[in-house]
Structure formats: C-alpha cells, structure tokens
Design a protein around this ligand. Structure first.
Ligand code: HEM
Length: 150
C-alpha cells in the first residue's frame, strides 16, 4: 500500500474517531414535537376551552364580581388570541399587557388561584392530558406577578 493511501486511511479513521465521519442523515434525530397549539387541537379546541372556562368564571362567585362590567365576548376573543399565540399558534395577541389590563383591580392570590381552578376544571372536562395541561399552566403561571397586585 502506498504511503499516500495509508495516510488517507489514517486521516479517515481519525475523522470517524472525532465523530466527524457520520453525516447528519445517519444520526437518529428524534421527530420534532408538535407545538402545544397543535397538540391542544388548534383554534377550534382553544375556542371551546375558552368558552367553557369563561362560563366557569362567570358562575364562580369567588371572582365573577370582577367581570361585572366586562365585555365578555371581547374578553373571550382576546383569551383565544393570547393562548393561541402563547402556545405556538398562528395568532397575534392584540390586547393589553397583563399588567395594564389588571391594574388597579386588586386581584389577590386567592382570586388568581380560583381562576386557575376554573381553567383546570375545563381542561379536565375536555380530557386534556396532564403533559399539555401542565405546559399551558406553565405558560400562564409567570403572568401571576403582573396580575396579582395585593
Ligand atoms: C393567568 C391568569 C390570567 C390571564 C391569562 C388573564 C388574561 C386576561 C386577558 C387576555 C384580558 C383581556 C385584556 C384586555 O382587555 O386588553 C383580561 C382581562 C381581564 N381580566 Fe384577566 N387574566 C388572568 C387572571 C385574572 C384574574 C385572576 C382576574 C380576577 C379574578 C382577572 C380579571 C380580569 C378582568 C375583570 C378583565 C377585564 C378587564 C376589562 O373589562 O377591561 N384576570 N385578562
């Protein structure tokens, strides 16, 4: 074997040892997980969840007083936009920031907890699996510090 060929073999072996020999198509890449938006069922499912959830809030005497003067249809539209955008869907949220929208309302820890309970009730009713439920709650959770002001 000529020196040139032996050197070629040596270089090739070294590249493999460094992991450079494997081309990307040979590596097992896990399939991309669908967005939470898709896993929840897209716009129709999110709209149905928001409808039911706002229904729970409207019937919840712990917090429904806050919504006495609210345009509920508009609130539903904004909630759908917010959840759609926040879960990787094709929407744009057109409402106010959470801090501005809830400013001066005097929402406390207990009221925030009540609203989350109302949402979980809906998610359970719709059979949303624990993984997706927790992912959605993890998106909403960090908003708490902008909403709870007392
Ligand atoms: C993670 C929890 C929450 C989210 C994601 C959320 C989301 C929103 C959104 C998107 C709006 C519409 C914003 C706009 O009008 O531009 C809104 C408005 C409102 N939220 Fe929340 N909210 C949360 C918690 C709460 C809680 C705990 C209360 C009270 C118990 C509350 C009471 C209200 C009220 C009364 C309005 C309507 C304000 C108005 O009529 O101008 N929210 N919220």
């Amino acid at each position: 074997m000529s020196i040139a060929i032996r050197n070629f073999h040596a270089v090739f072996a070294m590249l493999f040892a460094l992991g450079l020999g494997a081309c990307s198509s040979m590596q097992a890449t896990p399939p991309m997980e669908k967005s939470l938006y898709e896993r929840l069922g897209g716009q129709p499912a999110i709209t149905a969840v928001v409808d039911d959830f706002v229904g729970n809030v409207a019937a919840d005497t712990r917090i429904n007083g806050f919504f006495a003067k609210t345009n509920i249809q508009h609130l539903k539209t904004l909630l759908v936009e917010q959840i759609c955008a926040g879960t990787g869907g094709p929407c744009k949220y057109t409402g106010r920031s959470m801090r501005l929208a809830h400013a001066g309302m005097g929402v406390g820890d207990a009221q925030f907890g009540a609203l989350v309970e109302d949402l979980v009730k809906t998610l359970d009713k719709f059979g949303v699996p624990a993984k997706e439920k927790n992912e959605l709650l993890a998106i909403l959770g960090p908003m708490k510090s902008d909403i709870v002001t007392r």
